[in-house]
Design a protein. Structure first.
Length: 389
């Protein structure tokens, strides 16, 4: 495209195209630079090391205190999922956001300025003057809500469901299964969630913090490990207390902050969260018990397009009536009808949805006609150990 434009006389439109291309190019160069610095400098704010740290924590928790004790520590497809983890979240995810962030925001801003004769949307965004904690909280809730709808769409639209089947091909659940998904999911999620977030003024740094919290909670949802609600409530409380006690994210509730206020804030936050959030946690936040049913192979007829679509928050499922947790033994069969014939290798899975023989290859999976749903998805068959392995 750049080559073609070189042969044409420069006009205002081409200048604009070149301007956006240059913006995209510099965003990618900047991001490649960021990735390299991220790996080369181990620190707490490094995405690469946070991903490793969170994964190691959940791996150890699965070893020390497994929920399904009969499940092997190195469960089926453990190493496939580890590979997915780095491929999807490290190489791909933020890269697209960063490039889109600079190009789309500026082009929309330019467009609005032209149409309205000078109105600057970004400059008049009220969030620009909000403290960071309010921006992060708003971004987190808005993003989670949008993602809930996107997830529903992935289950409801047949051609999207084919991509999403990669995530649902997990037969034994563990933390790393969180990141087993088709690369097209990144395209779908980022392109739909991007615009509202960018227009809200959520920058790359804010997105990064929200993303890390979602990463940790997503690992938890998939882990072969579960916490009592008073502990998960306590952790949410402790994180809030630590932020208040240290004065992070523009929180200025305390006149003076330091190590002791941070420790006291964390401890007080944990105690408060454990007491206050305990009864509310199942209705506010997603959990391994709830998400396991999202992966159930068999669902009743009225849930044939899925249940429990929440990513971090569960509140949307309760508000819109898509919640479904009939029991919490953890021994249900996972996958979808026909999962046995679903591709099992990384390359083949990444090509799912594009291959010409998809229809017969994914027998039963995309075929969610009324007849199929009654015969396959409506029977709530209890798992046998062989089905679950
Ligand atoms: Zn799903
Ligand atoms: Zn999942």
């Amino acid at each position: 495209m750049i080559g073609v434009t070189n042969f044409l006389p420069p006009g205002p439109d081409l200048c604009l195209v070149n301007h956006y291309l240059e913006l995209a190019r510099s965003a990618y160069v900047e991001y490649a630079d960021y990735l390299w610095r991220d790996i080369a400098n181990p620190r707490w704010s490094s995405y690469f090391y946070v991903l490793i740290f969170v994964s190691v924590v959940f791996f150890l928790l699965e070893v020390v205190r497994p929920w399904r004790k009969q499940q092997a520590i190195l469960r089926k497809d453990f190493f496939l999922d580890l590979f997915y983890m780095f491929f999807n979240f490290f190489l791909f995810s933020l890269l697209v956001y960063n490039a889109a962030s600079m190009v789309v925001v500026e082009s929309i801003n330019d467009g609005i300025r032209t149409i309205t004769g000078g109105f600057d949307l970004q400059a008049s965004n009220p969030l620009q003057h909000w403290p960071l904690w309010a921006v992060l909280l708003t971004g987190f809730v808005v993003r989670d809500f949008i993602q809930w709808w996107i997830h529903r769409l992935l289950h409801r639209v047949d051609f999207l469901w084919k991509f999403h089947q990669v995530h649902h091909s997990v037969r034994e659940m563990g933390f790393a299964a969180h990141l087993r998904f088709h690369w097209m999911e990144i395209v779908v999620y980022r392109s739909i969630e991007y615009l509202p977030l960018a227009l809200l003024g959520i920058g790359l740094y804010d997105f990064f913090i929200i993303h890390l919290f979602g990463l940790a909670w997503g690992h938890y949802n998939h882990a072969n490990f579960r916490l009592p609600h008073w502990v998960s409530g306590g952790i949410v409380g402790a994180l809030t207390g630590l932020a208040i006690g240290s004065g992070s994210f523009d929180i200025d509730l305390l006149a003076r902050t330091g190590p002791w206020t941070t420790i006291a804030g964390g401890a007080l936050g944990f105690a408060t969260g454990a007491a206050v959030l305990r009864p509310l946690m199942p209705y506010l936040f997603n959990s391994p018990e709830m998400h396991l049913w999202h992966h159930a192979r068999h669902l009743p007829e009225d849930r044939r397009y899925g249940a429990n679509f929440g990513l971090t928050l569960s509140v949307w499922d309760y508000l819109f009536g898509t919640d479904y947790v009939p029991e919490k033994s953890g021994t249900i069969a996972l996958g979808f009808p026909g999962v046995e014939s679903f591709p099992s290798g990384f390359i083949q899975q990444e090509l799912v949805g594009f291959a010409s023989n998809d229809r017969k290859g994914n027998a039963g999976s995309g075929d969610r006609s009324a007849a199929a749903s009654i015969s396959d998805r409506s029977s709530r068959v209890p798992a046998t150990s062989s089905e679950n392995s």
